[in-house]
Ligand binder design. Structure first.
Ligand code: PLP
Length: 452
């Protein structure tokens, strides 16, 4: 009804229509408590009933680096919409904003990754990278290199390619056949020392990788994909020697390395890109999210020159309608300006330090197994027993933090995640810590939460 476009609808009315007409990502039929968000400014967002929340998760998806409601981005979008909202990049065509953005990204990326392919988000980017890896080897006469190595608990997206590379079984359950030739490795997760048979984490994982290469055959493997720091898997920075040693072993075997920086780039972990600081030296980077701070759907895949040359030689029959979308690219350019001009990479590390220091008291709570961080991104892993590391699912704690304290955090399995806009101030960090600590203090090992 046309009435719907203009009528003032309260939260209950919207939630009811939501139930009737929306199929949500990762939806469960037992969800009855939708929070309908209608406005944002900085780190604050408001729901349809006017209640204010502190958004400690950047749009609840690790991405709103510059904060909500930035007029600069609204103006960049409006100007581009007036000038040229869209034009294709297929055939002979290109547009000025995508050219400028690709050039800008080439300047920010690790040396050598100067060729940019645009997507609408991370999943399409991961699929693009998988296709590019296979095509690269094919064009070089090694067509049998089709296998992709990925890791359990890595999250790479929801399409068939990215979803198969994702290390959560639910993504592949009952929708198969999934993408063939994907092999999962154990992730570098120092806290879970029980996975490493009493050996050092990296030593164990390098031996496991070498054994997988031996078993599958190096000549059959196209690429390995991994997040420099696993995000959805629980905010898990790897040991310092993990990526350099993985990198060396892959290179020795002619296997490409794809860095999934969908979450980690654009200041999320304190740098433009996270992979250089971890010694990852990838052949391709997939990114999205913080590229536009979520103001428009946009992702990018950065290729090195050899890969770009190999896939375009004789044609790369791959691409999306919204490739290099001028409005999305104009927003991205303005977003990168804000990140740079406002010093948000430094700010990210400062926010991380405030949060981490504030959470010191929570470290000794019986339900807190581990606290991990990378820049302004924190994961608190909840356990029923610190000796066995038996998990407590983090959903109820995240809900209590939102409902009782008005702070939005996310739960990923048994980890509570904080990943705020990179404009969070010290007082907002303190409020986040306070909410988190209060709820974790009231959380019992059986998963119940005592009232305040
Ligand atoms: N890769 C990582 C590391 C992600 O966290 C995500 C999404 O959360 C994706 C890829 C998929 O990106 P998208 O949801 O934009 O398709």
């Amino acid at each position: 009804s046309p009435f719907l476009a203009t009528a003032a609808l309260d939260m209950a009315a919207l939630a009811d229509l939501d139930r009737r007409h929306l199929v949500h990502p990762h939806q469960r039929s037992d969800r009855t408590d939708r929070a309908v968000i209608v406005r944002g400014q900085g780190c604050a967002v408001w729901d349809a009933d006017g209640a204010e929340y502190l958004d400690a998760t950047g749009g609840a998806n690790w991405l709103c680096q510059v904060g909500h409601g930035r007029a600069e981005l609204a103006e960049a979008a409006a100007e581009q919409l007036r000038q040229l909202p869209y034009f294709t990049s297929f055939d002979v065509f290109s547009n000025d904003k995508s050219i400028r953005l690709a050039t800008r990204l080439a300047g920010l990326a690790p040396a050598g990754l100067g060729q940019v392919f645009f997507t609408c988000g991370g999943s399409e980017g991961v699929d693009t990278a998988i296709k590019a890896a296979r095509l690269y080897h094919h064009r070089r006469g090694e067509s049998e290199r089709t296998w992709i190595l990925a890791r359990r608990f890595g999250y790479h997206g929801a399409t068939y390619g990215s979803g198969t590379a994702t290390g959560f079984d639910g993504m592949q359950h009952a929708v198969g056949p999934n993408l063939p030739h994907v092999h999962k490795l154990t992730p570098p997760f120092p806290y879970h020392s029980e996975w490493f048979e009493g050996r050092g984490c990296t030593d164990f994982l390098i031996d496991e990788l070498a054994a997988a290469i031996e078993q599958i055959g190096a000549h059959n493997i196209a690429a390995m994909i991994g997040e420099p720091v696993m995000a959805g898997g629980g905010v898990v920075p790897p040991p310092d020697d993990y990526w350099p040693r993985v990198r060396a072993l892959l290179r020795h075997n002619g296997i490409l390395l794809i860095a999934d920086e969908v979450v980690t780039a654009f200041g999320r972990t304190g740098a433009w890109f996270d992979s250089p600081g971890r010694g990852m030296d990838p052949d391709m980077i997939v990114t999205a999210k913080g590229l536009t701070s979520g103001y428009a759907p946009l992702g990018a895949v950065l290729f090195n020159e050899d890969i770009a040359a190999a896939v375009t030689d004789d044609g790369f029959f791959h691409g999306y309608t919204y490739f290099g979308h001028p409005t999305a690219c104009a927003i991205a350019l303005a977003n990168l300006d804000l990140i740079e001009n406002e010093g948000l990479l430094d700010r990210s590390r400062q926010i991380g330090a405030w949060l981490r220091e504030g959470l010191t008291a929570a470290e000794s709570l019986p339900v807190v197994g581990d606290i991990r961080m990378a820049g302004a991104t924190i994961g608190v892993e909840l356990v029923a027993d610190r000796a066995t590391r038996e998990p407590i699912m983090a959903g109820p704690a995240a809900t209590e933090i939102r409902k009782a304290h008005g702070v939005i955090v996310r739960d990923y399995g048994n980890t509570v995640v904080i990943a705020p806009p990179l404009v969070m101030d010290e007082q907002q960090a303190a409020r986040t810590v306070e909410a988190m600590t209060s709820v974790l203090t009231r959380l019992h090992p059986d998963g119940t939460i005592a009232p305040r």
